[in-house]
Design a protein around this ligand. Sequence first.
Ligand code: C5P
Length: 397
Amino acid sequence: MKVLLAVTGGIACYKSPEIVRRLVDNGVEVRVIMTHSACEFIKPLVFQAVSGFPVHTELLDEQAEAGMGHIELARWADVLLIAPATANTLAKMVAGTADDLLSTVCLATTATQIVAPAMNSMMWYHAATQANIETLQSRNVTVLGPGEGSQACGETGVGRMLEPADIVRALVDLKDQSGVDKTLAGKQVLITAGPTREDVDPVRFISNHSSGKMGFALARAASIAGARVTLVAGPVSLDTPAGVSRVDVTSAESMHKAVMQVVSEADVFIAVAAVADYRVAEQSESKIKKTSADMVLRLERNPDILADVSALPNRPVCIGFAAETDNLEGYARDKLTRKNLDMIIANRVGVAGNGFNSDKNAVEVFWPDGHQSFTARSKQSLALELIGLISTRCLSK
Ligand code: C5P
């Protein structure tokens, strides 16, 4: 994806270099244009340094036109992202003015246009700005934000530019959506993710290192593939992917209950959660005091959510995860048979940069009569590929 980032003259432009950096980190090609008033706030050199390319500021500049002129820039971009977009820029877009580089590119491009408005809240709520936003939306311009909070002018209200991370997430979603077939359209997918937490007493618990990233990435990928997705999440600090309905739980028993309540509607169940195998048999209602030199906690088995779902009479397609340190295929295939699964996704834990808490993962996938390896890649792109594999292997029979 090629993104032309246009920076206009609002104080929020101090955050725009961060947008460039995050886009580049996500493998997006970025070029930057700035309006003259943006250059009053921040030097083009900053954007040149983070994007690695010269910044365009002039409509009629012999040198620039000899390189990538305004029409070439307009043709080059898949996405024109204006962040921040001032009230003035929005008005110029509506009027179709073409008196500087940005406004001319806006008219000349067929790229997807996205604006992230940033202005004082009175300016945002002014009838003229609201009418301009409506007009732009009717012309298929995507409007991201603005957010609410304290503003540079000292007021509090709606008008803040969305945070760079939120803007970049929206763009990366757009990129992934364009490359994915709607293989799960009309399907209901239920996913468990994250660790569970088993209370010892009111202040202590037993848990594990699962971050929930793989399960959340799969929920996002399934949603992008057109499914209605319910995500039953243990305690994690992750944002809910767009379009996904989320149920937060804590213990294995509460996760089991939440899954059983909705599983009858599911076509596919993907158990990604690292569910604690045991819980504390006698939870103390008050804080346990350190009165003796040692202490013994008796643990009892938790229900196996995945095995219980796969034993249901009208069960959904069941996909499990396995985390193993050795004999990956042997243990994974054993789990596939023992839990009566359609597919198992196994990752080798204990390898640096893989699995738990990492942003990357390498997995081996097994199904009764087949196998596929996925070398290390981001959990987000791995999730899109796994959803593709699940659709072809398990749903198109
Ligand atoms: O038996 P093991 O814990 O290795 O199996 C892992 C798979 O089973 C994972 O898909 C995990 O989400 C699921 N599981 C479960 N409930 C449990 C234990 C594991 O759903 N109590």
